[in-house]
Design a protein around this ligand. Structure first.
Ligand SMILES: [Zn+2]
Length: 76
């Protein structure tokens, strides 16, 4: 699987069934229990207990991103 750097702006995963890229923001990953593929309407559900370590990492990233948003005052 090759990743095009220009497409890395929106986080997400390719649909396991049809390969359609399902966008998942950090927020939706944290608070949404399931995702639907817009391509084939497959529903992906998250096992919150199993993905707990990953969710904790995401929570950290989410906080970092909020901090970046707050400090995003560039003098260009
Ligand atoms: Zn799909």
């Amino acid at each position: 699987m090759s990743i095009n750097p220009s497409q890395q702006r929106s986080p997400g995963i390719p649909c396991p069934r049809c390969g359609f890229f399902i966008e998942m923001s950090v927020q939706s990953l944290l608070y949404q229990a399931s995702f639907q593929c817009p391509g084939c309407l497959l529903t992906l559900s998250m096992d919150r207990n199993q993905s707990r370590p990953a969710l904790e990492i995401l929570q950290k990233i989410n906080k970092e991103m909020e901090n970046i948003e707050k400090h995003k005052h560039f003098d260009l």
